[in-house]
Write a protein that binds this ligand. Structure first.
Ligand code: COI
Length: 353
């Protein structure tokens, strides 16, 4: 089905003021956004309009009970300037997975995709050409009922806005394995992309920073020993000749970059395991000299090499001066994204007007 969008063009583009060589992550926004409302059981008021603050009533349920979900996607361009989306249909499906878990309405996949295509095509001049930079796409949905009382909202707003971004991490990251606070338990909302998961990570992340680390490595909520994910990414370890990432147990975000990395590694004939892995196994592998490498994966971060892992009083420094698997993965994903490497898995979709 083809949807009709009302389109209002900005009269005050800020594009010419952007320094594409110097783009801190998440601070520069493009001119237009897509907005839709869920009222009376259907998506309506489908519109692309200039980015601007949206007035919100203090009784808005999203403020009070946290019914919010989001996605993070990226668009790049090839040498001819064609705007390219990366696995948009996979993001549409994950958005709806989060919607179901948070008791929110699904967004028809064709509406989600048409909105992304149209907006990104319209904002294609905002896609940075620099290698490693991209147009970050943030679709999100939140409750809009003005009611105090814990129940699912009847009305919602769905917005997509986009921003040119440079790298999320500019250096290999230092991770602190957290054994006091937990992020998620099986049966909770850890595998939904919902704001509260990130809010809950802020205090432990601030504590990690005080100790010289960049982020938290989450351990499971029951045994406090099984590694789950990082506050901003999924995690991989190279132990001897095995590449291990925690299996999706319902408490871990089903990362789309994670899935791409597993596909690439298997395609290269490497041994990849999705299995439970404890922090004790990592410590032991490090002591025995078998912990070769570790890296995080995520849409924002893409591939982030890990420089250090701390657990209790034990510090594991990882040699960055080796021929890293993470470098090959990073270069391959970036090459597929700018079409200098063949997209044999069909991950790239040109954005259509
Ligand atoms: C992403 O990787 O797209 C996320 O949503 C994570 C956040 C740290 C930006």
């Amino acid at each position: 089905m083809k949807y009709q969008f009302k389109v209002t063009q900005t009269q005050n583009s800020t594009l010419s003021a952007v320094d594409f060589d110097n783009l801190p992550f998440g601070k520069t926004f493009s001119d237009h956004m897509f907005v839709a409302d869920y009222i009376g059981g259907q998506w309506t008021n489908l519109e692309i309009r200039p980015v601007a603050p949206l007035p919100t009533h203090p009784g808005n349920m999203a403020w009070h009970y946290g019914q919010e979900i989001f996605e993070g996607m990226k668009a790049t361009r090839d040498a001819e300037g064609t705007p390219l989306l990366y696995r948009p249909e996979r993001h549409a499906k994950r958005m709806n997975y989060s919607a179901r878990r948070m008791c929110m309405p699904e967004i028809p996949e064709d509406l989600f995709l048409q909105a992304i295509h149209t907006l990104v095509h319209m904002e294609r001049a905002w896609i940075p050409p620099q290698a490693g930079s991209a147009l970050y796409i943030r679709p999100f949905m939140y409750a809009t009922d003005e009611t105090i009382g814990v129940k699912a909202s009847d009305t919602y707003r769905f917005i997509i806005f986009v921003m040119p971004v440079g790298p999320y991490y500019s250096q290999p990251v230092k991770l602190w394995a957290q054994d006091t606070y937990v992020r998620a338990v099986v049966g909770g909302v850890g595998d939904a992309k919902t704001a509260g998961n990130y809010a809950a990570s802020l205090l432990p992340a601030a504590m990690a920073r005080k100790q010289g680390f960049d982020q938290v490595m989450w351990l499971d909520g029951v045994h406090k020993k099984y590694i789950q994910e990082i506050g901003t990414m999924n995690i991989f370890f190279v132990i001897g000749d095995e590449i291990v990432t925690p299996n999706l147990d319902g408490a871990i975000l089903d990362g789309i970059t994670r899935e791409c990395v597993i596909t690439l590694l298997k395609d290269w004939g490497l041994k990849v395991s999705e299995r439970p892995i404890t922090i004790d196994e990592i410590v032991q592998a490090h002591k025995e000299g078998r912990l070769v490498e570790s890296f995080g994966t995520g849409t924002a971060a893409v591939i982030a090499p890990v420089a250090r892992i701390g657990y209790k009083d034990y510090i594991m420094d990882l040699d960055q001066n080796i021929d890293k698997i993470s470098t090959k993965v990073y270069n391959t994903i970036n090459g597929i994204r700018n079409r200098t490497i063949t997209d044999k898995f069909g991950w790239i979709v040109p954005a259509q007007p």
